[in-house]
Design a binder for this molecule. Structure first.
Ligand code: FRU
Length: 494
């Protein structure tokens, strides 16, 4: 039975979507159907299509009582909106259906697990949110909340574990047909931890153990965990709140963390080996992964960040975009990312130049656009005399531009969107220490109407940022202080 609350949301979004022109949305990044979007939820493959649900408030382009929006795609790039999947309409989720995940049950039904939120007034007048885990079962379009919700609450947790910070379940089905789930939580020390739960049928869940403890190393509360096997290792992704920067890692406040290690499945023991940021740009948070039918581990994140949400177009009827789907792999013990190969199908109008001398500003014929896939290799003209700075400027016209600039002497790659049209004094720059090998820096830059994603050195690092520059600013230019040389292959994405 669809509740009144959900029916209203569905009616509202259907009408509102029609008021938004296609050109006012990203071309191949999923954005809110209308209103507000944050985290990806329930990213999964079901009945021959990819499903993406998302944290959603249809009625305003600001965060509000959370619903789950819903879209499907066959190639992870062209998305079709479906009616909202969940609304906050039960006593156990009346203040929000927070983040969660989706799997296919053995009997072919689709199972969603999400965090139900209920506000609790404190004696001092403050309000805390009690968080529990809830289920809904469906057919890929309509979902029935489970009559025994919530299926996990404070009574399932050991003493001292927070009932207020207990959210974002990510489930998966094991090879033996049973189910596992990781959930973010806070122990008594106030930092974060990831809890592991198991189930034989997907409905009856049992607490197993603490999979990983933050111990105040990386931020405080750990949100939106994901845990999976990749190239012989195990990877724990999570999004810590309130991070302190460490060197050039973790500059985002609300950041992202990737822990790579080993996992002993007989004792459910995760042993950490290394840590790194997932994204080194400005706008990326709460990623989730899916295993594709052909065995690729593909990740999509919320291509915004809580600290920079005031960067937006005025009167924008939608807010919030998802990142490109990125295939993950491990090389030299680090997490690498590359745009999914489905993106190659959207390439057209190839333009290529090799060994272009760059000293001062250079523009190249047919190198422009705002929906672009562009590969650059930047070298000093003479390795004995390296250039001091190289910059690529894009989303450029007389007034505006955004840039990536590189100083080989420091090995620092910087993104700067200060002149992207923003009228807000928020973070617009990020510096990132990159590996500069054999006198060459390799960048693959993907531009969509409102974003740039830069894959550095074949995916060793990624820097992501949104920008809301008017679309007429579609210039691209190159600049070197000193003498550099550039190879470029550029495509329009259509
Ligand atoms: C992360 C997050 C989640 C929560 C959701 C609420 O961005 O804070 O922890 O479930 O957003 O919208």
């Amino acid at each position: 039975m669809t509740s009144q609350t959900l029916r209203e949301a569905r009616k509202y979004e259907e009408a509102s979507e029609k008021l938004i022109k296609k050109e006012d949305r990203p071309l191949f990044h999923l954005a809110a159907r209308t209103g507000w979007m944050n985290d990806p939820n329930g990213f999964s493959y079901y009945n021959g299509e990819y499903h993406m649900f998302y944290q959603y408030y249809p009625y305003d382009s600001q965060w509000g009582p959370m619903h789950w929006g819903h879209a499907v795609s066959s190639d992870l790039l062209h998305w079709r909106y479906l009616p909202a999947a969940l609304a906050p309409d039960e006593f156990y989720d009346r203040d929000g259906c927070f983040s969660g995940s989706a799997i296919e049950l053995v009997d072919g039904r689709q199972l969603l697990m999400y965090t139900g939120v209920v506000k609790e007034r404190q004696r001092n007048g403050g309000v805390y949110e009690v968080q529990t885990q809830c289920l809904a079962v469906g057919d890929g379009a309509d979902f029935e909340k489970y009559e025994k919700n919530p299926v996990l609450d404070e009574t399932d947790l050991p003493e001292g574990f927070s009932r207020y910070d207990f959210r974002d379940p990510k489930m998966w089905r094991k090879e033996d047909g049973t189910y596992c789930c990781v959930i973010g939580n806070r122990p008594a020390d106030g930092s974060g931890q990831i809890l592991l739960f198991t189930s034989t049928d997907g409905f009856d869940w049992k607490y197993k153990k603490v999979l990983c403890e933050n111990k105040n190393r990386f931020g405080l509360m750990w949100e939106c965990p994901d845990f999976f096997k990749l190239d012989g290792k195990w990877v724990l992704l999570t999004s810590p709140q309130d991070m302190l920067p460490q060197g050039f890692e973790y500059h985002n406040g609300n950041g992202t963390l990737c822990l790579i290690g080993s996992f002993d499945e007989s004792t459910d023991t995760f042993t950490e080996e290394s840590n790194q940021s997932i994204d080194y740009g400005i706008d990326f948070y709460a990623p989730q992964t899916v295993l594709t039918p052909d065995g690729r581990r593909v990740m999509i994140g919320w291509m915004q960040n809580w600290d920079t949400c005031s960067l937006r177009m005025p009167d924008q009827p939608w807010y919030g975009q998802m990142s490109l789907p990125r295939e993950l792999f491990i090389r030299n013990g680090r997490l690498f990312q590359r745009p999914v190969r489905e993106l190659d199908e959207m390439r057209s109008g190839r333009v290529a130049y090799a060994n272009v001398p760059v000293s001062g500003t250079v523009r190249l014929d047919k190198v422009n656009g705002r929906k672009v896939d562009m590969e650059l290799v930047i070298r000093p003209k003479d390795p004995a005399h390296p250039y001091r700075k190289f910059a690529v400027r894009f989303a450029q016209d007389e007034e505006f531009y955004t840039s990536m600039s590189f100083r080989p002497s420091e090995s620092i790659l910087k993104i700067d969107r200060k002149f992207s049209g923003s009228r807000r004094a928020i973070i617009h720059q990020r510096r990132n220490a990159v590996n500069y090998r054999d006198d060459a820096l390799k960048l693959r830059m993907i531009l969509d109407r409102f974003s740039v994603e830069v894959f550095i050195n074949d995916g060793e690092q990624v820097m992501t940022a949104t920008m809301y520059t008017g679309h007429e600013a579609d210039g691209i230019s190159f600049f070197a202080d000193g003498e550099a040389e550039l190879d470029i292959v550029k495509y329009d994405l259509i």
